[in-house]
Write a protein that binds this ligand. Structure first.
Ligand code: C2E
Ligand code: MG
Ligand code: MG
Ligand code: MG
Length: 281
């Protein structure tokens, strides 16, 4: 786990001019270099449907093994990559690597229905996105509906018409689309009904307190009802305990992801996880 030193998070503001701290500046040039080498790696976290006890997919989560700082969290370097524009290359690598892994699993007969990849706002709004996704999917030979893109509401606010056009372009390729961290952003119901998406990922904040909170079960239930009305699936992220899973099930959210099932795993450990499930199933 990346060390949390709050000093590293500060960005200094001065007369409207912004300077990055020495830490962040160093990190930026390192990030530039990391893309050329092999300091990045994808971990995979399974998604489970409690109703069938089956793994329905896995989310690809990037890891940066920095030569001297150790593991740097994506929560730290993805925002920096967004600011500096390095996100396009990192995201391209991530998507191609996820496709390569899934193609390998299909070939090996590992029953992994789908793999999802996160897209940050700048990736989503890049004019190259739809063409890029189409060419990688075509070249991979993977059925496009076995790939999923996770977007946050923040990627889609602003120019809604443009967002709808991009989403339609992606649906045209045939990939699945989900809204990540749902419930924390600003998407109105009027927009939501226009988005050709497949899944709402219920944000971890609603899951975290669902056992103790007097309101969060109702919020989750409302999201599930809303999703059903609009024809979307739901999945809850950040499920850590059996009690949380049970509360989610009571609200008719049976798809879950979180430490209760598994932490994000490096490829070999993920494959071992999948093989163990097949044997005992
Ligand atoms: P996210 O897409 O919402 O991913 C969920 C985060 O929660 C992951 O953190 C995951 O490791 C963590 N998590 C999963 N289960 C649990 C749980 O039960 N409890 C707790 N406390 N945490 C859990 P991670 O891997 O550090 O990623 C953080 C964020 O960075 C992601 O949030 C996503 O927004 C972004 N990210 C990660 N990989 C990529 C990538 O390849 N591209 C882009 N653009 N963003 C990425
Ligand atoms: Mg995600
Ligand atoms: Mg999420
Ligand atoms: Mg999240």
């Amino acid at each position: 786990h990346a060390k949390r030193n709050p000093e590293h998070k500060y960005v200094f503001y001065d007369n409207g001019m912004r300077e990055r701290s020495g830490f962040t500046l160093g990190l930026e040039s390192d990030l530039r270099r990391a893309g050329n080498g092999d300091e990045f790696e994808l971990y995979f976290q399974p998604k489970l449907d409690l109703a069938t006890d089956r793994v329905i997919g896995a989310e690809a989560l990037i890891r940066w093994q920095h030569p001297t700082r150790g593991m740097v969290s994506p929560a730290e370097f993805i925002p920096l990559a967004e600011e500096t524009g390095l996100i396009w290359d990192i995201g391209a690598w991530t998507f191609m690597e996820a496709c390569r892994r899934l193609a390998g699993w299909i070939e090996q007969g590992i029953p992994i229905p789908s793999v999802s990849v996160n897209l940050s706002p700048r990736q989503f709004q890049d004019a190259r996105l739809v063409g890029f996704v189409r060419s990688v999917v075509d070249a991979s030979g993977i059925p496009p509906d076995r790939l999923e893109l996770e977007l946050t509401e923040g990627a889609m606010i602003g120019d809604i018409e443009k967002a709808v056009t991009i989403l339609n372009g992606l649906k045209d390729v045939g990939v699945r689309l989900s809204i990540d961290d749902f419930g924390t952003g600003y998407s109105s119901l009027a927009y939501l009904k226009r988005f050709p998406i497949d899944t709402l990922k219920i944000d971890r904040s609603f899951v975290r307190d669902i056992v103790k909170s007097s309101t969060d079960p109702a919020i989750v239930g409302t999201i599930v009802n809303l999703a059903e009305s609009l024809g979307f699936d739901t999945i809850a992220e950040g499920v850590e305990t059996v009690e949380q899973a049970e509360m989610l099930r009571q609200q008719r959210c049976t798809r879950i992801q979180g430490y209760l099932i598994s932490r994000p795993l490096p490829v070999e450990a993920f494959e071992a996880f999948m093989r163990a499930r097949v044997v005992t199933a």
